[in-house]
Design a protein around this ligand. Structure first.
Ligand code: UDP
Ligand code: MG
Length: 335
């Protein structure tokens, strides 16, 4: 079914994707809350739910299966081990067959009622509606590291990633289809969604506290995730090597002038051989780091190529209306 299906009166589908890692204490309440929230949508849409169990060690999976037994809107995907939040969401997106997908955390930190606002914006024609945190109930440490991370990311990344957004968002089918073409392993989904483009907008919300259980993002995972965000969308760290090389070369040039000056004008203060060794050291240091930067530039390009991202995404194709055209739809023109 496509987004155009409404014009034929067919009901469109909205799929909610929930990544689950040790959320046994949240699943029942989550499902109850979300079911109640989507009630007003059900006369216009088919709403269904994909729960992706990301190798939970508690009885999340049993609870999810129990849900699927009584609610035929529920699909449960069991990953073979813990692959991480981003992979769990990716698995859900790959499986979803819907006109729009809503991605939400499963600990009720992303208030389900906000998803209605996302849907409302989607109905206005936006293809990506991200939920943007106005406030969050987290530890001071988490708030500080998160805002430092977003500051840095905005500074160095080659794309515009909205501040204070997580993966809580609605994505139109067109964008989901594009997202499926991105198969890179170190995934930073919110970055990819920004990278893809289409009409995007945000909805402000207040982020709640985790309902039950503990975070699945300890510091070590957070650091790796931040690195995925920065390394996936920026070659700034590599460029830093070149800059440092230039800087050290400049300093070594000054050093060389100084050493040469001492040698020429005050040779009695210099130890024999000192000028030769010192000049050599400064010179080589500068050259080495500059050359590392040169290697870095090639590695940066190789990295971008190896990521194998699609070169562009087509939003639509317009052609002058020709009467016998209907056999070929715009979609079939796009590979
Ligand atoms: N999650 C997951 N796999 C993981 C870690 C987390 O699927 O390895 C899920 C988790 O169940 C939750 C979402 O990702 O639905 C966000 O995780 P969490 O709430 O632990 O992160 P925080 O909100 O503390 O950043
Ligand atoms: Mg959480």
């Amino acid at each position: 079914m496509t987004a155009e299906a409404t014009s034929t009166g067919e009901r469109r589908t909205i799929t909610y994707v929930f990544p689950i890692y040790n959320e046994a204490g949240n699943i029942d309440l989550l499902h109850k809350t979300v079911s109640a929230v989507v009630e007003p949508l059900s006369d216009r849409y088919h709403v269904n739910f994909i729960y992706v169990d990301d190798g939970s060690k508690d009885d999340s999976l049993t609870r999810l299966r129990a849900l699927a037994d009584v609610d035929d809107r529920v699909t449960v995907v069991e990953l073979a081990r813990n692959f991480g939040h981003q992979m769990a969401v990716t698995a859900g997106l790959d499986l979803a067959d819907a006109d729009a997908v809503v991605i939400m955390d499963s600990d009720l930190q992303d208030p389900p009622r906000v998803s209605l606002e996302l849907v409302a914006k989607w109905e206005q024609g936006y293809e990506v509606v991200y939920a943007q945190r106005r406030s969050r109930q987290d530890t001071a440490f988490k708030k500080f590291t998160a805002s430092a991370f977003y500051w840095l990311l905005r500074k160095v990344a080659s794309i515009d990633i909205p501040r204070n957004t997580g993966d809580f968002r609605l994505i139109d089918r067109k964008v989901v289809d594009e997202l499926r073409k991105f198969r890179e392993r170190d995934r930073f989904l919110r970055g990819l969604v920004s990278y893809i483009g289409f009409r995007q907008t945000g909805v402000l919300f207040d982020r709640d506290e985790r309902h039950s259980g503990v975070t699945g993002y300890p510091l070590s995972k957070m650091v790796r995730f931040a690195a995925d965000g920065i390394l996936g969308f920026s070659v700034a760290p590599l460029r830093l090597i070149s800059r440092m090389g230039y800087f050290i070369s400049f300093l070594s040039f000054l050093g060389i002038l100084y050493v040469a000056g001492v040698k020429l004008f005050a040779p009695e203060t210099a130890v024999p051989g000192w000028a030769f060794i010192t000049i050599g050291m400064f010179f080589l240091g500068g050259i080495q780091i500059t050359m590392l930067g040169v290697l870095g530039s090639y590695i940066g390009r190789t990295y971008a190529q190896v990521q194998g991202r699609p070169l562009y995404s087509v939003a639509s194709v317009w052609t002058a209306a020709k009467p016998p055209a209907p056999a070929v739809s715009a979609e079939s023109l796009v590979p």
